[in-house]
Ligand binder design. Structure first.
Ligand SMILES: [Zn+2]
Length: 378
């Protein structure tokens, strides 16, 4: 049997031992574990979509960092998010520290009553603002003293808002991922030829990339699972060949590969659970038509926004996975620390165990208190 030949779907060159390269089908920076050596040549790989890849990685870095998908200290960076009151909150790479980005002071007079709202990072900052107000006769010294004395330090835990769209500069990277998977599975490079200009940044991606939301996902949702997915469907009946691209179980885009498809039926799915760090089985059929994709895109805004609570619900579920993960890590630390109070190898008497238990209980009580405060919106 003759050895099968592979061709680069970008330039058409044959892929040989000399020019083969390791292409991540889903971006490496997102924890993509599916590789292929037979879809793209080395030259094209180095030329292709670096800016778009970087942009996609950046837009999704919040989840990448928080879920610990890619543990790379060098690339850990602070995220800026907004809380319910619209204040910017800096969240550190591990997600453990949430701090106000800058102090916020709202000072207005309404019907003769002065209303002052402040969000500050520490007492010193508060003191500074109060001093200024006293100076401007907006407060008396006694009032300022009272505010300062009553001020309480609270941890910041109001729900943070996550973005649910990816920027346009990243679109070529999504299209490339779809083409990568299709070619890897079929080795049919002619069908994806039409996608190449978009991957090269030469076409308007909106011609082939469709943002899509679901009220109910087309596959069973499993609690605790956060996935990247590429699902490709094609049928002569619908006349459409397309890829459904899902990132972190939240962001869904459809890539139209061929809108005049008349080949054989295709249905293939690659799903990677980023939390468990493994591939999972998922099979389903969408049977979307081009008209349905267009209708979704062209629907009036007030119809479109009806989908957003469902998307936010899924984002919240992902955040809950993060919370649980943190809780696990923190609890480990608490137990570790408690045991380290005693010399290594010493006999754990009931007295010593009581100390450890006490530390754990204290931690849990704090957690419970925090969740109550959250519920009551404190
Ligand atoms: Zn090439």
């Amino acid at each position: 049997m003759a050895e099968e030949k592979y061709y680069c779907y970008i330039c058409g060159d044959e892929i040989t031992d000399k020019n083969s390269t390791d292409e991540h089908i889903i971006l490496n920076a997102l924890g993509g574990h599916l590789h292929s050596y037979t879809v793209i040549c080395k030259d094209c790989n180095t030329k292709m979509g670096e800016t778009a890849d970087a942009k996609l990685a950046e837009d999704l870095s919040f989840f990448t960092d928080f879920l610990g998908v890619k543990k790379n200290r060098q690339h850990d960076h602070n995220q800026v998010m907004t809380d319910d009151e619209g204040h910017e909150i800096v969240v550190d790479g591990g997600g453990r520290n949430l701090t106000l980005r800058r102090p916020y002071v709202e000072n207005k007079e309404k019907d003769g009553v002065r209303e002052i709202k402040m969000a500050v990072r520490n007492k010193k900052e508060l003191d500074g603002f109060l001093k200024g107000m006293v100076k401007r006769n907006e407060l008396t010294q006694a009032q300022a003293d009272e505010i300062l004395a009553k001020a309480k330090v609270t941890e910041h835990h109001s729900p943070l808002k996550t973005r649910t769209v990816i920027s346009e500069e990243a679109f070529p990277s999504i299209i490339k991922s779809a083409a990568n998977y299709y070619v890897d599975q079929t080795h049919d490079i002619s069908t994806v030829k039409a996608l190449v200009p978009y991957i090269e940044g030469k076409g308007d991606c909106k011609d082939v990339l469709y943002l899509h939301h679901f009220k109910t996902l087309p596959y069973p949702e499993i609690k605790g699972q956060v996935t990247h997915m590429i699902h490709i469907e094609g049928s002569a009946k619908t006349g459409l060949l397309y890829a459904m691209m899902e990132y972190y179980s939240i962001y869904v885009y459809m890539v139209v590969i061929d809108r005049n498809y008349n080949g054989q039926d295709i249905n293939m799915t690659y799903t990677y659970d980023v939390v468990a760090g493994q591939e999972v089985d998922r099979t389903f059929t969408l049977s979307l038509t081009m008209k349905e994709l267009d209708d979704f895109r062209n629907q009036p805004y007030d119809e479109y926004v009806k989908y957003l609570p469902y998307v936010q619900k899924r984002a919240d579920a992902v955040m809950a996975v993060w919370d649980e993960k943190l809780l696990h890590e923190e609890l480990h630390e608490v137990i570790d620390k408690a045991f380290k109070k005693f010399p290594e190898g010493c006999v754990m008497t009931p007295d010593k165990m009581a100390v450890v238990q006490n530390d754990i209980m204290e931690y849990i009580e704090k957690k419970i208190e925090r969740s109550f405060n959250l519920k009551e919106g404190k």
